[in-house]
Ligand binder design. Structure first.
Ligand SMILES: NC(=O)c1ccc[n+]([C@@H]2O[C@H](COP(=O)([O-])OP(=O)(O)OC[C@H]3O[C@@H](n4cnc5c(N)ncnc54)[C@H](O)[C@@H]3O)[C@@H](O)[C@H]2O)c1
Length: 344
C-alpha cells in the first residue's frame, strides 16, 4: 500500500524539442511512464509543439523553451532538441532549478560538457543522459550476469550495431560524425557491460554505402578495437545500412564462459520447410527495438527525482563516450591507435 501511495506522487515533466525522439518520449510520458505527469511541450518550430500537444491532449505548447523553464509547476525537463542546444539548455534549466533528462550527447565539445555538468552539480538538480540501451532487458541481463561472475573474467567483448538506413545528409552534417553520433551508444555499452575503463582505441573506416556521406566529411562503415585497463579486448562494428533491419547484438566472452544476445524480432515464429528455416526480420529501428528501454530509462530518472538518489547514468558516463568518440576519429585520421589520455 505504501508503495502504491508513493507511486501516486507524480513528477510534473515538460519536453523540449518535439522531433523524432521528443515525440516518442512525450507520448511515453503522457501515457505509459509510471510516476510522470506530462504538463507541457516546447519546440522552436511552434507548430510542431502544437501538433504534439494536440495529439496528447495537452493545453500547453510553446515556441520558446523559456516558457517551460519559467513555469513553477514544471519539476523536470526532458531535453530532446538538436545536439548543439543541449549544453545551453542544461545550464538554463539547472539555473531554473529543474531536474533534467537530456538526450545524448550533452555536447560535441568537452569544455561545453564540463560546463553543463558543473551547472547541474552547482544547482543540486538531477541530470541523467539518454544512454537508453543500458535499460534494454537483454543488455541489462548481460550486465547482471557479467557482474555476478557468470562468465568469469571478461576477455573479449563484441558489439555489432548497424542501422537499417542512413539519416539525411543534413543530419549527418550536424551529427558530429559516426563515432560521436552512432558509435557513442556502443562506447557507453562497452563501459557498462565490462565495468572498466578503455585505455586505447584503434579505428578503421570507410564510405561503403553513400558517397554523399563521404562528401559531407563522414564515413558510413567503421570498426573499432579497444583495450580496457584490466586487459579485456573489445571490437565494435557499425554500418549505416543493414538491408535486413536494425542489427543490435552483443557478446561477452570470459574465463568461465560466454553470454550473448541476438536481435529482437516482432514474434517468435519460425517457418521450417524442406528448403530452409526462416524467421521474420529484426525490429526495424530504434523506435521499435528500444521501446522498453526508453520507458525504463525514464522511470529510472523519475525514481531518482522522487527518491533523491543518484541517476543511474552519471556525468562521467555522459563525458567518457564523447572522449572515446574523439579518440576514434583521431585514430581513423591517423591510421594508428590513440590513447584516451591524449584526448581527456
Ligand atoms: N537515445 C536515442 O536513442 C536517440 C535517438 C534519436 C535521437 N537522439 C538524440 O536526440 C536529439 C534529437 O534528435 P532527433 O532525431 O529527435 O532530431 P529532430 O531533428 O527530429 O528533432 C529536434 C527538434 O528540436 C527542435 N529544436 C531545435 N532547437 C531547439 C531549441 N533551442 N528549443 C526547442 N526546440 C528546439 C527542432 O525544431 C526539432 O523539432 C539529438 O541530440 C540526438 O542525438 C537520441
Amino acid at each position: 500500500m505504501l508503495r502504491e501511495e508513493h507511486m501516486e506522487q507524480r513528477v510534473n515533466v515538460a519536453v523540449i524539442g518535439t522531433g523524432r525522439i521528443g515525440r516518442l518520449h512525450a507520448a511515453h510520458l503522457a501515457h505509459r511512464v509510471k510516476g510522470a505527469r506530462l504538463v507541457a511541450v516546447a519546440d522552436l518550430r511552434e507548430e510542431s509543439a502544437r501538433e504534439c500537444a494536440a495529439e496528447l491532449g495537452l493545453s500547453r505548447a510553446y515556441g520558446d523553451p523559456r516558457r517551460i523553464l519559467d513555469d513553477p509547476e514544471v519539476q523536470a525537463v526532458v531535453i530532446c532538441s538538436s545536439t548543439p542546444t543541449h549544453a545551453p539548455l542544461i545550464a538554463e534549466a539547472a539555473a531554473a532549478g529543474k531536474h533534467i533528462f537530456c538526450e545524448k550527447p550533452i555536447a560535441l565539445d568537452l569544455i561545453q560538457i564540463d560546463e553543463a555538468l558543473a551547472a547541474a552539480d552547482g544547482a543540486g538538480i538531477k541530470l541523467q543522459v539518454g544512454f537508453n540501451r543500458r535499460f534494454d532487458p537483454n543488455f541489462h541481463r548481460i550486465w547482471e550476469l557479467v557482474r555476478a561472475g557468470a562468465v568469469g573474467d571478461p576477455h573479449l567483448l563484441r558489439i555489432t550495431s548497424r542501422d537499417p538506413s542512413p539519416p539525411s545528409i543534413e543530419y549527418i552534417r550536424a551529427s558530429g560524425g559516426i563515432f560521436l553520433d552512432m558509435m557513442i551508444h556502443d562506447f557507453d555499452m562497452a563501459r557498462y557491460l565490462v565495468g572498466d575503463e578503455i585505455e586505447q582505441v584503434y579505428a578503421a573506416g570507410g564510405v561503403r554505402i553513400e558517397p554523399a556521406i563521404g562528401e559531407a566529411g563522414d564515413i558510413d562503415t567503421a570498426v573499432v578495437t579497444m583495450q580496457f585497463a584490466k586487459g579485456c579486448l573489445a571490437t565494435i562494428d557499425n554500418s549505416r545500412r543493414a538491408v535486413y533491419g536494425y542489427d543490435q547484438r552483443v557478446e561477452v566472452f570470459g574465463s568461465k564462459g560466454m553470454v550473448n544476445t541476438e536481435n529482437n524480432t516482432p514474434n517468435r515464429t519460425r517457418l521450417s520447410t524442406s528448403e530452409s528455416v526462416r524467421e521474420d526480420l529484426p525490429l526495424y529501428f530504434f523506435m521499435e527495438r528500444y521501446t522498453e528501454a526508453y520507458l525504463n530509462e525514464m522511470e529510472a530518472f523519475l525514481e531518482c527525482v522522487r527518491e533523491d538518489t543518484d541517476p543511474p547514468v552519471t556525468g562521467a558516463d555522459a563525458r567518457v563516450p564523447v572522449v572515446m568518440g574523439m579518440a576514434a576519429r583521431l585514430s581513423y585520421e591517423r591510421g594508428s591507435p590513440v590513447s584516451l589520455s591524449e584526448i581527456a
